[in-house]
Design a protein around this ligand. Structure first.
Ligand SMILES: Cc1cc2nc3c(=O)[nH]c(=O)nc-3n(C[C@H](O)[C@H](O)[C@H](O)COP(=O)(O)OP(=O)(O)OC[C@H]3O[C@@H](n4cnc5c(N)ncnc54)[C@H](O)[C@@H]3O)c2cc1C
Length: 400
């Protein structure tokens, strides 16, 4: 129940290969993959601490890594995980020799070496499955609370393979892609808060049993429960894209006006409504006027099993060819990062240059990180100037 991959292996290819292998009871296997393009490198997603669409069932990517092989800046080769102990191999656990130094390579933007191979966990595929959309038709703030409550209750029941809260941006782009129309014209026809749910079962009976619970929980929280065909999203009726990555042609996330960008942090679900209220003020002030046309909003990926916490994500689309849009976006991303940190939401990644003001706040942790960089990579040859560590990083905020 593991797969060993090298950097070139893409989401869809790994999924297809895993499908060729079966485990106990003849069940085929699948990897836990992000809700990202089919062409994305699995290894780069895992090494940059990604999150699978299936967090609610399996947890975050980094928790699913078993072994890694790293080429260090001095050319030495390091094996982490159980394979770090001679003669152990691919035992399905994360830990190798202790203390465990594997963690310092994750979300490190390649600062400590290059990962050339990784072994990750695979999971059994269930034959019966169904996708639902559960939109809220309530007012903005109430709608968010309803969706969050439904996510929390579903996670407590431990019956879903995937839960994902989306918003009117991706929804209108999805519909726009399917109907060949401008997403902006569809904004008023899409809901600000919708839940995507996938349930799976070994038998039809199991699936029906789970569907009954999903129906009860969504109804209780004032969400409608519809099958995607009913919303004109027939292509989404199959869970395939959610499992193997979205395709570029006819995809659901699309590249609208340049590119899609996100910023995310991990937080307890009940904190999200307050943070989101403040985020909406940022949108109104710094992102787009009128706000109704801003395709920005919050997504919640996961949450983690039993809803201990979830990934709160803010999305934007902007035209990278338009200098004004880039300026505005840079400002917006910075302010959103500050908002998340103000509320104690650790950032998912140090992306968009946010590491520059984020890392120096960590005190002794930051000191050790800096020292490690100098020891591991004295010539600063590994991805310099990406995050503010090492002896020659240049920034007014970073360490001298
Ligand atoms: C529409 C859309 C939806 C998305 N949904 C999700 C989602 O659901 N979950 C999720 O987790 N992400 C999601 N993403 C993000 C996307 O999948 C990640 O950006 C991707 O997985 C990382 O690939 P990349 O090509 O951006 O990596 P790169 O930019 O090439 O790499 C990312 C980082 O990892 C480092 N790195 C890469 N390869 C190695 C290596 N071999 N050794 C050492 N360091 C390395 C790089 O230095 C870099 O800092 C989404 C993106 C889009 C556009």
């Amino acid at each position: 129940m593991t797969a060993t991959i090298q950097p070139h292996v893409r989401l869809r290819s790994l999924w297809l290969e895993a499908q060729k292998v079966s485990t106990v009871g003849g069940l085929t296997l699948k990897p836990a993959l992000p809700l990202s393009f089919a062409s994305v490198s699995v290894l780069s997603n895992y090494v940059s601490r990604g999150g699978a669409g299936w967090i609610v069932k399996y947890g975050w990517d980094a928790e699913l890594i078993i072994n890694m092989t790293w080429v260090l800046p001095n050319g030495e080769i390091l094996k982490t995980g159980p394979a770090g102990i001679p003669n152990v191999g691919n035992v399905g656990i994360q830990y190798g020799p202790g203390p465990d130094i594997a963690g310092m390579f994750i979300n490190a933007d390649g600062n400590f070496g290059i990962c050339t191979e990784m072994t990750i966990k695979l999971f059994p595929e269930h034959q019966y499955e169904k996708v639902f959309l559960a939109p809220s038709f309530a007012e903005e703030e109430q709608g968010l609370e309803d969706v969050i409550n439904a996510m929390y209750e579903l996670a407590q029941e431990d019956i879903c393979g995937l839960t994902y809260k989306t918003h009117h941006g991706p929804m209108s782009i999805t519909l726009g892609g399917l109907t060949d129309s401008d997403p902006v014209t569809l904004l008023s026809a899409t809901q600000k808060h919708s839940l995507i749910i996938i349930i799976q079962g070994l038998t039809q009976e199991e699936l029906e049993f789970k569907e009954k619970i999903v129906t009860e929980i969504t109804q209780k929280n004032n969400l409608s429960l519809v099958e995607p065909e009913a919303m004109g999203m027939g292509d989404m009726a199959s869970p395939m894209p959610f499992k193997a990555g979205f395709e570029v042609k006819g995809n659901y996330v699309a590249g609208y006006l340049g590119a899609f960008q996100f910023l995310a942090g991990i937080v307890k679900l009940d904190k999200i409504p307050q943070i989101n209220k403040e985020y909406n003020k940022l949108v109104a002030r710094f992102w787009k006027d009128p706000v109704e046309k801003a395709m920005s909003g919050c997504s919640i990926q996961g949450p983690s099993p039993f809803a201990r916490c979830g990934t709160y994500e803010l999305d934007w689309w902007w035209d990278h060819g338009d200098p004004e849009a880039v300026k505005r976006a840079t400002e917006m991303v910075r302010k959103t990062g500050e908002l998340l940190l103000k509320h104690g939401v650790p950032l998912f990644r140090n992306m968009h240059g946010l590491g520059e003001f984020y890392l120096p706040q960590w005190g002794i942790y930051y000191e050790i990180l800096n020292n490690l960089k100098v020891i591991m990579d004295p010539e600063s040859i590994m991805n310099p100037d990406i995050i503010p560590i090492g002896k020659d990083y240049v920034s007014e905020n970073s360490k001298e």
